[in-house]
Design a protein around this ligand. Structure first.
Ligand code: GLC
Length: 494
């Protein structure tokens, strides 16, 4: 067979294989409907499920003990600390009571060994957090270190926690890479507070524990009237706070009477204080861990079982969040190569560029470049793959890679619309007022920077059971600095 003919035949086979894979990533209208109604069912179940334990696989639906929404008039100087995906941030937030705030911060990249090493202890991790807090205090608030005046701190801790009050909660399990075993089951506020004290900062009081989604929601509520999302004459209400970044999650206000997992005592106490609603941290990353309805390819199974730190959990997150988009593409490419359909210059898996063989080395940022590459011969894609993976590609290969990228990101954005649609339906938020509109405060690199992500989400919302009429009432707003300002707001009411 001539070289051209061989080449052509190969190309046809690659295209066929890629089209088949892309097809497996499609989420259509019927699937959106099925997933939305299962999400509502899972929320109801989760609200009634009493004990949180590491084995429970359903939607966690964690009560946060945040019982009101800020209205923008809150005032004060507060500290906030934020342990999220890859960074630790300490900030002091000044709320000026007019929907505005100012913020000073110190951001540190969490040292690799704290993330990677299973032998690391909680004290080492929280000791590190306390040391960074000290660096911040010395730089920005030395006066408190001298005069000992108390300073309230809100702690944003973006992992599933069984919250027992506004200021206490025990870690259910790590997500997003951490592996430290001895933190599971411990109160993370106690761990942080005791390290702050042993390092000479008893004046810093950790008074509130907030998930990052809750922070995002509160900060969006605080800023809302100021952020231009209100069109004159219309009433627009913040309903959901959500994150689409390294991980994904969301929270919303639920009627206290519906939160069956609260003890009778807790419920009566709250009602006697005049509270009617509480913010629920859904931990939607764990939606459908039983895989009854989520679309599942063999790549999803491999990533979960072979490469993730929490197999069997957070299976929705593993299809949606930024941490997994690149890993999905990497798995598909390695598979296509093992089927001898792509990268023919490498005879076997071992000879592939190291980074293509290394789990999680392909970042979602690379996908974001490929997604919108319209350069001739897809040169941007070529450069991006060369720089990030040291992987040379042919034009034909790049065309197929771009198709895969778009299939992976579209599935992510379509799935992202499911919890939004479900919460809007469950809370009746779209029908509360005549022409009432709703605001969704969003944060995270994917929703903020991934090209077209929000418009794909909107498209899916219109296809979902809320339909185009519902979709038109939804404002997807970027909530800036949720974890800082939101935690400060939590600390203020504590
Ligand atoms: C993971 C965490 C969750 C967090 C989300 C976004 O899903 O379990 O608590 O809110 O990531 O950071």
């Amino acid at each position: 067979m001539s070289f051209e003919k061989f080449h052509k035949q190969n190309q046809v086979q690659l295209t066929k294989a890629v089209d088949e894979i892309c097809q497996e990533f499609v989420v259509d209208e019927a699937k959106l409907e099925e997933l939305t109604s299962y999400f509502i069912e899972s929320m109801e179940k989760g609200l009634g499920q009493k004990e949180e334990n590491a084995e429970y696989k359903g939607l966690p639906m964690i009560p946060t003990f945040v019982t009101g929404k800020p209205n923008g008039t809150e005032k004060g100087v507060l500290l906030a600390a934020d342990l999220g995906g890859t960074n630790f941030r300490v900030c002091s937030v000044t709320l000026s009571g007019d929907h505005r705030f100012s913020l000073q911060q110190l951001k540190s990249k969490i040292p690799e060994e704290l993330l990677e090493d299973e032998a690391v202890t909680s004290d080492e991790l929280f000791g590190y957090l306390a040391r960074r807090t000290m660096v911040f205090m010395k730089k920005f608030h030395p006066e408190y270190l001298q005069n000992g005046e108390k300073l309230k701190l809100g702690f944003t801790f973006s992992y599933p926690v069984n919250q027992t009050s506004l200021s206490s909660g025990t870690l259910i399990r790590w997500t997003k890479g951490f592996k430290i075993k001895d933190t599971i089951g411990k109160d993370v506020v106690d761990l942080y507070q005791s390290q702050l004290e042993s390092q000479g900062m008893p004046m810093v009081r950790v008074v509130a524990l907030a998930n990052d989604t809750v922070g995002t929601f509160l900060s969006h509520c605080y800023c809302s009237l100021n952020n231009g999302s209100m069109t004159s004459g219309e009433i627009s209400e913040p309903v959901i706070g959500c994150i689409f970044g390294t991980g994904t999650n969301g929270c919303y206000m639920e009627k206290i009477e519906n939160i069956k997992k609260l003890s009778d005592e807790q419920r009566e106490q709250l009602i006697s204080e005049g509270k009617t609603e509480m913010c629920i941290n859904t931990e939607w990353g764990s939606f459908d861990n039983d895989l009854k309805h989520l679309p599942t390819t063999k790549y999803d199974v491999d990533i979960d079982q072979k490469f993730s730190s929490n197999p069997g959990f957070h299976l929705f997150e593993k299809r949606v969040s930024g941490m997994f988009l690149g890993e999905l593409l990497r798995n598909v490419l390695v598979d296509l190569h093992s089927r001898r359909l792509i990268f023919h210059q490498y005879p076997d898996t071992e000879s592939l560029p190291h980074r293509l063989r290394t789990p999680f080395d392909l970042s979602s940022e690379v996908l974001s470049h490929i997604e919108i590459d319209d350069s001739s011969e897809l040169r941007e894609t070529e450069l991006s793959l060369l720089q990030s993976l040291r992987l040379p590609t042919t034009y034909e290969e790049r065309v197929e890679i771009q198709k895969l990228v778009r299939a992976i990101s579209r599935r992510s954005a379509y799935l992202a619309a499911v919890p939004i649609s479900a919460i809007l339906i469950k809370t009746g938020a779209l029908n509360k007022r005549y022409h009432g509109e709703v605001e969704i405060g969003c944060d995270g690199s994917v929703v903020e920077y991934y090209p077209g992500f929000r418009s794909m989400m909107r498209h899916a919302l219109a296809l979902s059971p809320i339909g185009p009429d519902g979709e038109r009432k939804v404002h997807l707003c970027i909530a800036k600095d949720g974890s800082g300002v939101g935690a400060a707001l939590c600390a203020l009411v504590a």
